[in-house]
Design a protein around this ligand. Sequence first.
Ligand SMILES: NC(=O)c1ccc[n+]([C@@H]2O[C@H](COP(=O)([O-])OP(=O)(O)OC[C@H]3O[C@@H](n4cnc5c(N)ncnc54)[C@H](OP(=O)(O)O)[C@@H]3O)[C@@H](O)[C@H]2O)c1
Length: 305
Amino acid sequence: MTAKNILHMLTPHRHVSPFDVNMAADAGFDVIVPYENVTLDEVGDLVQDAMFSRPPHDGASTAIFFGGDDAVLALDMIDAAKKARVSPFGTHAFADPQGSFTTAAAMVACTEKVLKEKKNQDLKGTRIAVFGATGVVGYCAAVIAALEGAKVTLVGHSGLERVKARADEMKQRFGVDVAAVNGASDAEKADVLAETEVVFAAAKAGVRVLTTALLAGAPKLLAAADVNAVPPSGIEGIDVFDLGKEIAGTETHGIGALGIGALAIGNVKYQTESGLFKRMIASDEVLVLDFRDAFTLARTLVPDL
Ligand SMILES: NC(=O)c1ccc[n+]([C@@H]2O[C@H](COP(=O)([O-])OP(=O)(O)OC[C@H]3O[C@@H](n4cnc5c(N)ncnc54)[C@H](OP(=O)(O)O)[C@@H]3O)[C@@H](O)[C@H]2O)c1
């Protein structure tokens, strides 16, 4: 008899995300079980409990998903799950806290394609400013871009301290050097934009972080991506469906900056998360999937421009 595909969904919060439950069900899991208020030190026992109930060859029919809203905690939970494996037993492990790994992967992948095809520029060496960088999506987009060799600046809106702490954490965990600045006022944002080639806007839903007037004063701007789908948009002048469309008002410096909107990103995000769930169901080997795997897959899913 074929083993059922079982997904154990762990979150440190009171609820697992209904979005992720739906995605997992639509991807084809037979059984989905939520576990709430899970702490890091409980992960090992839960993984072993799931693992030892099935013969080793059915390990690849058992998957553990890590939610929440903290990228570092989710990665720590993945590490704890890996540590709990006892060969030849194992389970899949996949983290996507608040959808952030797949959303950030999609944002960076869409931007990379627009930059390459319309501005003939690689991510490597590109100056990227991340607004909303203390949030989980911004954090993750910053790490993905920095690992690709971009020169990333984390922009805070409540002082330097918190973004600087994030930058230090990225250095320690991923070995990447990213800058940190405060960018709360329009004057501070204009200073950041003076040297910026790409903007990632990942601030709280419904918060406008950049106006067209600010973008028009960004002489080196090539592209801007906005993940906020809740009006008003995070960046004025970018429609949610834009994928490489010129942002009106930025033509002052030749061909204008190109916009990437939240639903263009969301389309790739959706396929990426679904694709990673399906990959676990299809695989005969146990997999460990995080934002790096999400980015690799998202790159293949960005539609033609
Ligand atoms: N398109 C998609 O597929 C998709 C998928 C998932 C999420 N999203 C969107 O991605 C965005 C980020 O999500 P998240 O979970 O990382 O959000 P989050 O936890 O709410 O954090 C967002 C960031 O916004 C900052 N922020 C709050 N108020 C601000 C303001 N007035 N000005 C500038 N920055 C401000 C926060 O800074 P503090 O830490 O200082 O408060 C934090 O850095 C949201 O807009 C969300 O809706 C999109």
